[in-house]
Design a protein around this ligand. Structure first.
Ligand code: PEP
Ligand code: MG
Length: 351
């Protein structure tokens, strides 16, 4: 998925050929003839040659709260980048990206070809592998016109089994979890859990943890009803914000910072409260976790695990190291109270 804020800016079309330039894909900014300082800043996030350095110590807030920082990836290159920048592992592997132009459901062998180079870098580390998320601008030609989201995968048990077997085999040396995108019902999770058990039995692999993305507003509102059906939640602020605020993800007005809107924040608070009450793991893997205005609010809601774009890791670690968790909690409570919202209250979606 290329989010609006990740699109190359129009300047890429008009920049003169042959001149040095730095493209900040997160800010959507092209700097032609960068200054030595801008060049150095861009170079600072380049992966090292082997790119698999052991993670640095996890970042801590000023008052000593440890935060687990993982990276979002879709390729081995991004994984090397994230690990070299200190990620403890991968908190979101977008498995659909290599297949957005596919002519049919990927076979087990095709999944293995895409997964092996990434998961091979993650021996002994966290690897959260998300099932194919053919939604939005990631719908391949063979699914054009079909209902987007999880439904096509679940209605094609062979495709699901092929992916699960490949994930289990490619991820055998990792701290593996399987994550389900766009979850709307407990029944969907139960179907994946049953298929996962079957794939594990068939491959002789241990059963990995099963997590779910919380990125649909109705799912976030009802988070407490999902706690018995999964091992962890990961909040997808990109889709959640888009739905709650009624903005298409490709809309130039969309931005990770909009997750600070109290209507979105109240839903994240609802998810956090449900996870904490049930002892279910919780992370945020949407781009809002790498936004300077939203990250403190998420810390303030008690969230201690984030997965961010690989290139954003050093910056996010710095922000964490400068944050005080008590001050963050006050900030989050004020943000919710100012809008007259409390955790558990449903916002008006799309208004
Ligand atoms: C999200 O929606 O926040 C998310 C992480 O998933 P994706 O961006 O891949 O849709
Ligand atoms: Mg999403």
């Amino acid at each position: 998925m290329i989010a609006a804020w990740e699109l190359a800016p129009p300047a890429t079309d008009t920049a003169p050929a042959g001149r040095p330039a730095v493209l900040d894909a997160v800010a959507g900014r092209l700097v032609v003839d960068p200054s030595p300082r801008e060049l150095a800043a861009a170079g600072a996030v380049r992966p090292r040659a082997n790119g698999v350095a052991r993670p640095a110590a996890p970042p801590r807030t000023t008052d000593g709260q440890e935060i687990t920082l993982l990276c979002n990836v879709a390729s081995a290159t991004e994984t090397r980048l994230g690990l070299a920048a200190g990620a403890a592992g991968v908190g979101l592997l977008r498995t659909e990206i290599p297949f957005t132009g596919a002519a049919g459901w990927p076979s087990e062998a095709e999944h293995r070809s895409a997964l092996d180079p990434v998961l091979g870098l993650l021996a002994g580390r966290t690897a959260v592998v998300r099932l194919l998320d053919f939604t939005g601008d990631k719908i391949p030609p063979f699914l054009a016109g079909r209902e987007p989201g999880l439904a096509p995968l679940l209605s094609h048990p062979r495709a699901l089994a092929d992916q699960l077997r490949a994930v289990l085999r490619s991820g055998r040396d990792t701290e593996l979890s399987v994550m389900v995108p766009m979850v709307r019902t407990v029944t969907e999770l139960a179907a994946v859990r049953a298929a996962l058990a079957e794939a594990a039995a068939g491959t002789g692999a241990p059963l990995p943890a099963l997590g779910m993305m919380v990125e649909v507003a109705a799912t976030a509102v009802a988070a407490a009803t999902f706690t018995g059906a999964c091992d962890f939640f990961s909040v997808g602020t990109n889709d959640l914000t888009s739905e709650v605020l009624g903005l298409d993800r490709a809309d130039p007005a969309m931005s990770p910072a909009l997750a600070a809107d109290p209507r979105v924040l109240a839903l994240i608070a609802t998810v956090a409260t449900a996870a904490q009450a049930a002892g279910v793991g919780l992370s945020v893997c949407g781009d809002a976790a790498a936004d300077p205005a939203v990250l403190p609010l998420l810390i303030g809601l008690g969230i201690r695990r984030f997965s961010v774009g690989a290139a954003r890791l050093p910056q996010v670690a710095e922000w964490i190291a400068a944050a005080d968790s008590a001050a963050c909690a006050t900030q989050a409570s004020r943000a919710l109270a100012a809008a007259g919202l409390v955790p558990g209250q449903s916002p008006r979606v799309g208004s």
